[in-house]
Design a protein around this ligand. Structure first.
Ligand SMILES: *Cc1c(COP(=O)(O)O)cnc(C)c1O
Length: 381
């Protein structure tokens, strides 16, 4: 059996090696390292894939979120509604820009922001909502957009984990993840579903004025060369990364299908077990399985059970991860906002029970049955 990895980007690369190597060499030979032609080519390909008007390239997913929020002209103290149950980047940039993160609890099934609680968290200071499509399962965007419209709030989708997912609205209309809110932000961190060979990110919008503003923000607030109208930052997508991403984008649907097949295998093996809850697949969207995250509970000590599985699997050379061991509202970083005492029961409940299993495009049946066999063996003890 091949060694089991949490993410196997190397085997994936080997399958497209010739094409990727040639593209990288071409960039080196052209020496157009900054804003070379592949950057615009990739943005055009991605806009076409997502059916979105504008794709703005940037350096990483955290910058994508930051640039989006900077472009909206939010003022210090403005409140931004966001989950606590997410990777820290989502909430960190809110605080970095002197905005106030207001944590909203998540739905225990989807792990995404709960629209019923969202509306209750709105105050006169609320200006924006940042839903996160966690683990590849989309947040309920139709309900979120209705609330946003009613209260005139901006919506920035954190789409770092769900690129390629579709959302089906109640009238049957379909739209890609990251193109439903006013702005979508994504990451091409190597382990993401569309991963670069280094850091990379992008921002999406159908709004021309917002697109112009975000391009300016990402380029030192520049309106024309050396004329700087607003305070911005420097965030670019590297030409080499763009060339690689343009090749990998052609394989994205195939990569998603491979992740779904691995998820199906896990579901079949694990879903009947009394102590395991397998991932919920919402009817409104396609789960693209950035992570395959299960909940463990024996009705006694779920943390001990979960941490025990993590160690047991490690003993058998099977990696597993806790995403994320400390939710945002319990991070020291946010002490100033007095959020630790905030009641986010579902977030705390999930944090004690989640464990993510190996998930990538190169898992084979032998590996998957070894993993699921060991999980079931552990739960027999
Ligand atoms: C990865 C990730 C980010 C940040 O992306 P980087 O490219 O690492 O900066 C933001 N939000 C979520 C939910 C992520 O998973």
């Amino acid at each position: 059996m091949r060694p089991i990895q949490m993410v196997d980007t190397k085997t994936q690369y080997q399958k497209i090696k010739t094409e990727v190597d040639n593209a990288v060499l071409q960039v080196i030979e052209s020496s157009a390292f900054i804003n070379g032609k592949p950057v615009q080519d990739f943005c055009n390909s991605l806009s076409a894939y997502l059916s979105v008007k504008h794709t703005i390239p940037c350096a990483n997913g955290t910058d994508a979120l930051q640039i989006a929020m900077m472009a909206l002209g939010l003022q210090p103290g403005d409140e931004v509604l966001t989950p606590s149950f997410t990777f820290i980047a989502t909430t960190e940039v809110i605080a970095l820009l002197n905005l106030t993160p207001v944590f909203v609890d998540v739905d225990p099934k989807t792990f995404c922001i709960d629209p019923a609680l969202l509306e209750k968290a709105i105050t006169p200071k609320t200006k924006a909502i940042v839903p996160v499509h966690l683990y590849g399962q989309m947040a309920p965007m139709e309900e979120i957009m209705k609330i946003a419209e009613k209260h005139k709030l901006w919506v920035i989708e954190d789409n770092a984990q769900a690129i390629g997912s579709d959302y089906t609205f109640s009238d049957g209309r379909k739209q890609k993840a990251g193109t439903i809110g006013h702005i979508g932000a994504t990451s091409f961190y190597p382990s993401k579903n569309l991963g670069a060979f280094g850091d990379a990110g992008a921002i999406f919008t159908n709004d021309d004025a917002l697109a112009d503003r975000m391009k300016m923000v990402a380029n030192h607030g520049q309106s024309r060369r050396y004329y700087h109208d607003i305070v911005g930052c420097n965030s670019r997508l590297d030409t080499i990364q763009a060339a690689i991403l343009d090749i990998k984008l052609k394989h994205l649907d195939e990569y998603i299908a491979a992740r779904e097949a691995a998820a199906d295998f896990y579901d079949n093996a694990l879903s009947g077990h009394a102590m395991i809850t397998t991932p919920f697949r919402a009817s409104y969207s396609r789960h693209v399985f950035h992570q395959y995250t299960i909940l463990l509970d024996d009705g006694k000590d779920p943390v001990m059970l979960r941490n025990g599985l993590n160690s047991f699997l490690a003993e058998h050379k099977i990696p597993s991860m806790i995403y994320y061991p400390v939710p945002g509202h319990r991070q020291k970083m946010f002490e100033q906002f007095n959020v630790a005492s905030q009641s986010l029961p579902v977030t705390d409940w999930l944090t004690e029970r989640v464990i993510s299993l190996p998930m990538h495009t190169e898992l084979d049946k032998e590996q998957l049955s070894f993993i699921t066999g060991k999980i079931l063996e552990y739960l027999k003890h």
